[in-house]
Design a protein around this ligand. Structure first.
Ligand SMILES: NC(=O)c1ccc[n+]([C@@H]2O[C@H](COP(=O)([O-])OP(=O)(O)OC[C@H]3O[C@@H](n4cnc5c(N)ncnc54)[C@H](OP(=O)(O)O)[C@@H]3O)[C@@H](O)[C@H]2O)c1
Length: 346
């Protein structure tokens, strides 16, 4: 199968994807019979470039990393904005990795909707469209006969959603618990070591885990949006982030974490989705977990998810050492699944 690919966003994840596509090109061709070229890239502040014959990806990477704009690579009429880009770019597959507003899911939801409506397959790393419009977008993709995949929205490239989709068959998921936000998990680990809250935030920012404005992480928004993805995709719910009982980690002290440790427990920002008699509800809140719980052992920037089902008592997936390439890898797997027509099963 051949894909002409348009990239929405060319930040950390999309640039890692561009490099990974290059590294894996022979594997894609030889093992999966997939060839591709990137025919367009859209950004917010560096303009966009379309070339129906295929862009020079290395030149695009060099330009953006040198702080230059992409227009020098563009062929054809000027394109005014990202929606116009989706309309103009000749592509089979749109790979979306733009910015997320966790309170609205926009503008990415509009981009994914437009891409599906135009008959493109879509792969996104962006939680917003899935948390805010999963049912609508899934139905639209089915109507258009195209794939809509988003493995990287929860735990980066770790196969969490695909385990649910492909592995947890003929079973009822009763509960999902997760440690899904790196910034808060890093800070809670640092508090346990005696580092005070503000200094822990500064350290998380210094190593590039926390954003300059860490409010979305500290208040639990990022974890909440991921929790909604799990609830809606794997447990059939139709929740929105505002439906989640959400408490962040503000106000937790060194003393709180150390008192928990003395009781053989750890404080974690626990994401939880529960199915009680067919009613699915979700929460994100600091919780004391016994040290015997695998989730209590997930420290710093690692993340994990535990499934409890009517046939598997407890299945935990742990992911460590993530970076933009691990996220890009999830997108690459999604692309392979589209080539394998896996979306007809979902
Ligand atoms: N970083 C990770 O490891 C990770 C993990 C899982 C999921 N994700 C998700 O992946 C997405 C991208 O993350 P990232 O780390 O790559 O972010 P990033 O480095 O900030 O890059 C975002 C990119 O999107 C572009 N952009 C923003 N608004 C746009 C718009 N309206 N139209 C077109 N392009 C737009 C930006 O343009 P400019 O270059 O002009 O700013 C930038 O190129 C986010 O949704 C994030 O939540 C990231």
């Amino acid at each position: 199968m051949h894909f002409d690919i348009a990239l929405l966003g060319f930040g950390n994840v999309a640039r890692a994807l561009a490099r990974l596509l290059d590294v894996k090109a022979a594997t894609l061709r030889d093992d999966y019979d997939i060839t591709f070229r990137v025919t367009g890239i859209a950004t917010q502040s560096r303009g966009c470039a379309i070339d129906p014959d295929g862009l020079d990806l290395q030149a695009a990477l060099r330009a953006v990393e040198a702080g230059e704009r992409l227009e020098t690579l563009h062929k054809g009429a000027p394109v005014s904005d990202t929606l116009a880009f989706i309309d103009a770019c000749p592509a089979d597959l749109i790979m979306e990795a733009t910015w997320l507003n966790p309170q609205t899911g926009q503008p990415a939801t509009d981009y994914v909707r437009a891409a599906l409506k135009a008959g493109h397959h879509v792969v996104t790393a962006n939680k917003g469209p899935v948390a805010f419009a999963y049912r609508e977008l899934r139905a639209l993709a089915a109507e258009q006969g195209v794939g809509f995949f988003f493995e990287s929205t929860v735990m980066d490239g770790a196969p969490v959603l695909s385990v649910g989709r492909e592995g947890l068959l003929a079973t009822t998921i009763l509960r999902i618990q997760g440690i899904l936000n790196s910034t808060t998990n890093y800070i809670l680990s640092a508090l346990e070591q005696g580092t005070d809250f503000d200094e822990a935030v500064r350290q998380a920012q210094a190593i590039g885990v926390a954003e300059a404005d860490p409010a979305n992480d500290l208040e639990g928004w990022d974890a909440t949006v991921k929790t909604v993805v799990l609830a809606n995709v794997l447990m059939g719910a139709d929740l929105r982030p505002a439906d989640v009982d959400r408490t962040g980690i503000m106000g937790i002290t060194v003393q709180d974490t150390q008192a928990a440790l003395e009781a053989d427990e750890r404080i974690k920002l626990l994401c939880e989705v529960v199915n009680e008699n067919g009613v699915v509800s979700a929460s994100v809140r600091p919780a004391r977990l016994p040290l015997s719980d695998p989730l209590s052992q997930v420290s710093k920037t690692s993340s994990a998810v535990t499934f409890k089902t009517d046939t598997l008592h407890s299945l935990t997936i742990v992911e460590g050492d993530t970076d933009p390439t691990t996220t890009a890898y999830g997108m690459l797997v999604d692309m392979i699944n589209i080539a394998r027509n896996r979306y007809h099963d979902s």
